[in-house]
Design a protein around this ligand. Structure first.
Ligand SMILES: C[S@@+](CC[C@H](N)C(=O)[O-])C[C@H]1O[C@@H](n2cnc3c(N)ncnc32)[C@H](O)[C@@H]1O
Length: 314
């Protein structure tokens, strides 16, 4: 029987991880990664995704192998998975492509200790990134990661003084803003609700329908939780986007749960924000969602022809 690949649930066509990496070859090449690999009887290596150190070394190795990025994570902080972050960046590339911009300026809301989105955007596409972060150790690590990769000319890490703010503090205090404003903002919001009795709840984001995830959860409570969880966090971005609608062309955020997508769409509709689109990011067994909105007259629909492998080659 011929097996058809399910295109709808595949990674973005330009995602370099769409073809599964050869871990055996990579283990031979990268010593630190080799140390977390397990050797099977057939000579191939396998990975234990339930082990935090394994995830850490895997992401570090992939960032180095595919993008030449040297990244360190603060102890106990979120270890980002690369395939998802790439899918998000590639969607942004598609949204921005029709604008044919010479220089792109973006905002990374909550960059984490890795600063992964900003580093990828800068290294891969030479985008100028403003990375906002509220947690002190993450700010320090993010700045070091930018420096270690000689990307200070493209990435600024801004210490968010008030966790309840998104753009407000920066826009009110910045000494210089890009002349043409920012073209987009992206966000992987704190997901869990800190007001919940047991913020981390069960061991899955959708316990009724899904088995426990293969990957161990990484990250501190401060990084992963906020009052009201991701819905309230993204609602705050929406509210502040109204105040700064001229400063950012396309506002976006990721969402960790499908059921939260209609909640954000309803919120946007209630506030009469009508230029809106959504997408899905597929990476293996994991799906995430994202919402985009704009106050300007521009299309937020991605032209399928633009998602070709030739756009923004790495
Ligand atoms: C889920 S983590 C995402 C980290 C990184 N972007 C990634 O995808 O791996 C959310 C991050 O947002 C930060 N954060 C929370 N509230 C914030 C705020 N109001 N402004 C800036 N950063 C914030 C947290 O400290 C944390 O590092």
């Amino acid at each position: 029987m011929v097996k058809h690949s399910n295109k709808k649930s595949a990674m973005h066509p330009r995602n370099v991880l769409r073809t599964a990496p050869d871990y055996t070859k990579l283990a031979i090449k990268h010593r630190d990664f080799r140390q977390v690999c397990e050797l099977e009887l057939n000579g191939r290596v396998s990975l234990n995704f339930r082990n935090e150190r394994t995830l850490r070394e895997l992401t570090k190795m992939l960032l180095l192998e595919y993008f030449g990025l040297h990244v360190e994570f603060a102890p106990g902080s979120l270890v980002p998975t690369l395939a998802l972050r790439l899918n998000y960046i590639l969607w942004l590339e598609d949204l921005l492509a029709p604008l044919k911009l010479d220089a792109v300026h973006g905002i990374d809301i909550g960059c984490g200790s890795s600063c992964i989105y900003s580093l990828l955007a800068a290294k891969k596409n030479q985008w100028h990134m403003l990375a906002l972060e509220s947690k002190q150790t993450n700010i320090e690590y993010a700045r070091e990661n930018v420096k270690r990769n000689n990307l200070e000319h493209l990435v600024e890490v801004y210490a968010q003084p008030d966790k309840n703010n998104i753009f407000k503090s920066y826009f009110e205090t910045a000494s210089r803003l890009p002349k043409e404003g920012f073209h987009f903002c992206l966000c992987n919001p704190p997901f869990f609700d800190s007001n919940a009795e047991n913020p981390f709840g069960g061991n899955t984001r959708n316990p009724q329908r899904r088995p426990a995830p293969n990957n161990v959860r990484t990250g501190s409570a401060e990084e992963l939780t906020c009052a009201g969880g991701e819905v309230q966090f993204v609602q705050r971005i929406v509210e502040e986007s109204e105040l700064h609608q001229e400063r950012v062309l396309i506002f976006t955020s990721m969402l960790g749960v499908k059921a939260n997508v209609p909640k954000i769409l309803d919120y946007l509709q209630k506030r009469q924000i009508s230029n809106v689109s959504t997408t899905e990011f597929h990476q293996g067994h994991t799906t995430r969602w994202a919402v985009a909105w704009s106050f300007q007259q521009l299309s937020l629909k991605v032209d399928a022809a633009l998602s070709s492998p030739d756009l923004y080659r790495t």
